[in-house]
Ligand binder design. Structure first.
Ligand SMILES: Cc1cc2nc3c(=O)[nH]c(=O)nc-3n(C[C@H](O)[C@H](O)[C@H](O)COP(=O)(O)OP(=O)(O)OC[C@H]3O[C@@H](n4cnc5c(N)ncnc54)[C@H](O)[C@@H]3O)c2cc1C
Length: 325
């Protein structure tokens, strides 16, 4: 029987495992990941999947994002995954109005976004979106995949991959016929296996998470590019996000404070004290033109470059990868 090794445990790896199970892939699967050595960006993600006014025919990235949203929507309708809830996505602007109207020709002028009062009128659009609870959804994908795949999870960090042999930090060696890298920002360590290299950059993203927050309904609100996401059942409020080119997890308190102050001024919800929010930081892999990529050479494959769209694109990228094996 063929042995396939997957290096990674984030949304890229788990969507791939789920898709393999759906496609009844008959192989022995070894999954390597170590959250202590390389914390998954997927667990520090605001994780909203929304149409965001993307249409087809304008750019390859736009086409892909459109197709990915449709794919994710079908997944929710057909598979009823745990950890995914439907919420309204309100997107509004006070600045760059012409650009906004091009993207959203049906935007209205409003002084409230659903149950949220706004301090002044904005140009606003409402879309149907998905709020993802990362831990719950990632666990569900793995549990579902394990029901029909012959899979073994190896909670170890991979230190070497050579001639189909995988060595981990604890010194064990494993053999595989195919090796798939889904290592997020760590993918760049394994690019040497591919003749056509991808230029990628690590970009940190961060947000504040508040617990025990009470409001009437769940929502996702983007105002002039900043985001506020509320999960009523979990009573969590996320506020962010910042973007900085860096491989380090640097705490961007100043930028978060500025977003916090803007929201405090602009919405009619009393936010909890800034100091009660927990800062969450994730490292994202940005490829050129922000386009997710698929690389292949011999026994090696790699998917990555999910950047700000990991939850949106992972199922469609998993399908592209499986089709190309
Ligand atoms: C602040 C923020 C907000 C975001 N908001 C959204 C959003 O609203 N919607 C959206 O779709 N996306 C969003 N994203 C992006 C999304 O979270 C990422 O694109 C996605 O999580 C990347 O997933 P991944 O599986 O490629 O990488 P990761 O989740 O980083 O997973 C990589 C995995 O590889 C493992 N690994 C790495 N190297 C090794 C090794 N040598 N050996 C073993 N294991 C290894 C790690 O342990 C980890 O499990 C956001 C990201 C951030 C930071």
């Amino acid at each position: 029987m063929t042995t396939i090794a997957i290096i990674g445990g984030g949304i890229a790896a788990r969507s791939l495992l789920f898709t393999m199970a759906k496609n009844k892939i008959s192989a022995k699967i070894l999954v390597f990941y170590s959250d202590s050595f390389a914390f998954p960006c997927s667990l520090h993600s605001t994780a909203i999947v929304a149409p965001r006014g993307v249409t087809t025919g304008l750019s390859p990235l736009g086409d892909h994002l459109f197709e990915s949203f449709e794919r994710f929507k079908r997944h929710v309708d057909n598979d009823r995954p745990h950890g995914v809830i439907v919420v309204p996505q309100y997107t509004g602007v006070k600045t760059k109005v012409d650009e906004f109207k091009k993207r959203y020709p049906f935007a209205v002028v409003a002084k409230n976004a659903g149950s949220i009062d706004l301090s002044e009128e904005v140009h606003l659009i409402e879309e149907r979106a998905y709020l993802i609870r990362p831990r719950e959804y990632l666990d569900w994908l793995l549990t579902e995949a394990k029901k029909s795949l012959d899979s073994t999870i190896i909670n170890s960090f991979v230190t070497q991959v050579k001639d189909g042999k995988i060595t981990t930090t604890d010194g064990y060696e494993y053999s595989a016929d195919k090796i798939i890298f889904t290592a997020g920002v760590q993918n760049d360590l394994w690019q040497e296996y591919f003749p056509i290299k991808k230029t990628t950059k690590p970009v940190q993203g961060s947000y504040l998470e508040f617990s025990g927050v009470k409001h009437t309904d769940s929502f996702s609100l983007s105002l002039d590019g900043d985001n506020l996401i509320y999960d009523k059942e979990k009573e969590t409020l996320l506020l962010g996000s910042t973007t900085r080119e860096s491989r380090l997890e640097l705490s961007p308190e100043k930028e978060l404070l500025s977003i916090y102050q803007d929201f405090s001024k602009n919405i009619g919800i009393d936010l909890p004290a800034f100091s009660s929010g927990e800062i969450k930081i994730g490292l994202r892999e940005k490829a050129s033109k922000r386009e997710p990529y698929l690389l292949q050479s011999g026994i090696y494959s790699m998917i990555g470059g999910f950047y700000k769209n990991g939850y949106r694109v992972s199922l469609s990228m998993a399908e592209r990868l499986l089709n190309s094996l």
